[in-house]
Design a protein around this ligand. Structure first.
Ligand SMILES: [Zn+2]
Length: 328
């Protein structure tokens, strides 16, 4: 069973201490802070036959089933299958499920993760189940981007913002998960993940530290004319495009802050500070703003899954990046 994360204790006590639990909860917050784990534990708790001290007991038939295979007749997981969206057929199966009586547990639980994956038809099909609870069922929706949900979905749920840990709690937890890395790398990961520790661990497992190192080294070589943009763009083929865009956006932002304040603390992570302060001396405000606008525009296209020529796109960003040097 998922552990309760240290920064979730207060929320847990509030939610399970409520004598009249809501029919539908919407747990939202930043990606990578443990919302999914929390939702699953809440589901296990609701299904437990003999909850103990406001926790799932871990011993009853329900807890055993969930722990051994995750297969339990009274839980329904609604998540994207075979595509990035949750489709209306899946919601129809959910409605059938809700209409049955519980087989083992005192109630039935539906977990919807992430709720923003519901396509429009699926979301509309779900509305009725959210509004008129059939039988004894509980719906738990998890969302990383609550702004993307239909207002009609949100208004039918009790919305609960999940806490983000402070830096100390995040670091402590990460130290237990990633025993092999030093504290500098740990802080680097946490910063890359926007201070969301579970996302930081995920990034580590995806090799993001190595990717970051490669990108930083290549940019330095590019500025020294030891590599050309097309070569670099080719060699970055395995690095997620959104990650690259985020880094470039962040760097441009740092350059602007540094130009305005001359404060070295505005230069972000140590690995790029020298490069960024150098660029800040050479680049004009106008050229930085133009590149920022371009990055945001292209980022939207990536998010919209537009068909892009990746290598050409990265190459053109790199060329603009080098050209920053000659604009002031
Ligand atoms: Zn139990």
């Amino acid at each position: 069973m998922n552990e309760l994360l240290p920064w979730q204790q207060t929320l847990w006590q509030q939610m399970v201490g409520n004598p009249k639990p809501a029919h539908a909860y919407l747990l939202h917050g930043k990606k990578g802070i443990g919302k999914q784990q929390f939702a699953e534990r809440l589901a296990y708790y609701s299904l437990c036959l003999t909850p103990n001290n406001k926790q799932p007991c871990g011993h009853c038939k329900s807890c055993h089933l969930l722990a051994s295979s995750g297969a339990h007749p009274d839980i329904f997981w609604l998540m994207p299958e075979e595509s990035e969206f949750i489709k209306v057929d899946q919601v129809r199966m959910l409605i059938d499920f809700i209409n049955q009586t519980p087989q083992i547990s005192p109630c039935k639980v539906v977990l919807i993760e992430p709720a923003e994956a519901l396509n429009l038809n699926a979301a509309n099909a779900l509305l009725k189940s959210l509004e008129e609870p059939a039988g004894n069922s509980r719906l738990i929706l998890v969302s990383h981007q609550v702004g993307q949900l239909l207002p009609t979905i949100k208004s039918r749920c009790i919305q609960q913002l999940c806490p983000t840990p402070d830096q100390q709690a995040a670091v402590q937890w990460m130290q237990q998960q990633l025993t092999a890395i030093d504290s500098e790398q740990l802080m680097q990961l946490l910063a890359l993940a926007g201070f969301a520790p579970l996302y930081a661990v995920e990034l580590y497992q995806q090799g993001v530290l190595e990717q970051r190192q490669q990108v930083v080294e290549d940019i330095k070589k590019l500025l020294k004319h030891q590599l050309v943009a097309s070569q670099v763009a080719e060699s970055w083929n395995d690095i997620p495009l959104l990650l690259l865009f985020n880094w470039f956006c962040e760097w441009l932002h740092c350059i602007l802050c540094y130009q305005a304040t001359k404060d070295i603390n505005t230069l972000g992570m140590a690995d790029m500070q020298k490069v960024l302060s150098y660029l800040a001396d050479k680049a004009s405000l106008e050229s930085i703003s133009q590149l920022q606008a371009k990055l945001l525009q292209e980022r939207q296209k990536v998010l919209a899954k537009a068909n892009l020529n990746r290598v050409l796109l990265v190459e053109s960003i790199l060329i603009d990046w080098i050209n920053l040097l000659t604009t002031r």
